[in-house]
Design a protein around this ligand. Sequence first.
Ligand SMILES: [Fe+2]
Length: 135
Amino acid sequence: MEIIKWDKTFSVNVLRFDEEHKSIILVINRLNAAIQKNDERENVSDALNAMTLYAISHFKTEEDYMTRFGYPEYELHKEEHREFTRTTIGFCESVTNGNYNIAYDLVEYLNHWLTNHIQGTDKKYTECFNKNGIY
Ligand SMILES: [Fe+2]
């Protein structure tokens, strides 16, 4: 079952970012499907790896454009990215401490964070990025 379905309401009108958002949504849906089958242990690690990469690579690309184009809401946006990064580290620490029982919390967190962030915060940069030739 898909917990989040990517549709036009998630589009930020920048192809690369839409593709990256789709790929992290795929990670949540895969983890959610694994929970239904009681087979989430390996998927928890996969999800955390994907979240870590996402925080390093995807956020940096978005933030680089924001600084380059003088995006006015850069600091607020970056603070949301930081919050995601801190939470990801917290989940990683749970697993390091032997607590794999975080799959459900992980899905819930990702579902709410990504939906709010992409549909609320990310979409605000569309006009600025498009105006600067980034589609
Ligand atoms: Fe973002």
